[in-house]
Design a protein around this ligand. Structure first.
Ligand SMILES: Nc1ncnc2c1ncn2[C@@H]1O[C@H](COP(=O)(O)OP(=O)(O)O)[C@@H](O)[C@H]1O
Ligand SMILES: [Mg+2]
Length: 240
């Protein structure tokens, strides 16, 4: 049996009368790089927010490495090793790249461990070249990668990335694909994305959300051939 790091069972989120997530059974194996796609309003962000305790489930369960985290608080989620990157970069613009990573690392580790975690993250994400630069003066893509670094210094078990390539140039998007592969060498990753070209670059296994439910789950190759998926999603975007 596969080593399941994250699982949801009958997960639901209702906003008043709207079932934004309508009974999702989801499984993710340790080490996977999974993409979540689906049309606007499908429930992707709501699902992500429940996994990271930004929203509380209406019903159902979330199991992380066998532990029920359905009722956990955000700081507990972070301590358990779930790292989150929201769409808007959460960085300190007035500080250098190094200082940003240092502050993130010191949040949880003593200075010895923090120092080595920062050094490793700077090298892995190739941020060492710009480590003295002020983050507010960096290009859009570079600011996003600094936040990747701030997540990686905490040595997370799983990383959730919400639309990491939004607003990026083609070059920045390609670089981001490389960085996500690098992150995935040591960390399980889930990416919510719209950019189909990008998903083709990184995805092995894709989960398609539609109206709060999982419509399909398969390899990217098969998802692209799936007529139901094409009808509700790919066909609509015209980019399939
Ligand atoms: N805070 C909220 N209050 C009320 N309805 C919400 C809220 N957040 C999301 N929704 C609704 O839940 C559904 C799913 O939204 P969302 O998860 O943002 O979809 P996606 O990220 O796939 O575009 C939509 O119908 C949306 O309007
Ligand atoms: Mg969304």
């Amino acid at each position: 049996m596969a080593d399941i790091i994250l699982e949801t069972r009958g997960l639901e989120k209702r906003f008043g009368g709207v079932r934004a997530i309508a009974g999702v059974d989801f499984k993710l194996a340790r080490g996977e790089l999974r993409c979540l796609i689906g049309p606007n309003g499908a429930g992707k962000s709501t699902f992500f927010k429940m996994l990271t305790a930004q929203l509380r489930p209406s019903s159902g369960r979330i199991l992380f490495d066998g532990t029920d985290i359905s009722r956990a608080q955000p700081h507990q989620i972070s301590r358990l090793g779930i790292g989150i990157k929201n769409q808007v970069p959460d960085v300190y613009d007035g500080l250098s790249v190094h200082e940003n990573l240092w502050l993130a690392a010191r949040f949880r580790q003593d200075s010895e461990l923090a120092r080595s975690a920062v050094k490793t993250a700077l090298e892995r994400l190739e941020l060492d070249r710009i480590s003295a630069d002020i983050v507010g003066e960096l290009a859009h893509g570079q600011r996003q990668w600094v936040e990747f670094g701030m997540i990686m210094v905490l040595e997370p078990v799983i990383v959730l990335l919400d639309e990491p390539t939004a607003g990026m140039s083609v070059e920045e998007t390609n670089r981001t694909a490389d960085l996500i592969h690098e992150i995935n060498r040591t960390t399980t990753v889930i990416v919510v994305e719209h950019d189909m070209q990008f998903i083709r670059q990184i995805a092995k296994q894709v989960t398609v959300f539609h109206q709060g439910s999982i419509l399909a789950e398969d390899t990217m190759e098969n998802i692209q051939q799936n007529q139901t998926v094409r009808d509700v999603y790919l066909g609509v975007s015209g980019r399939a």
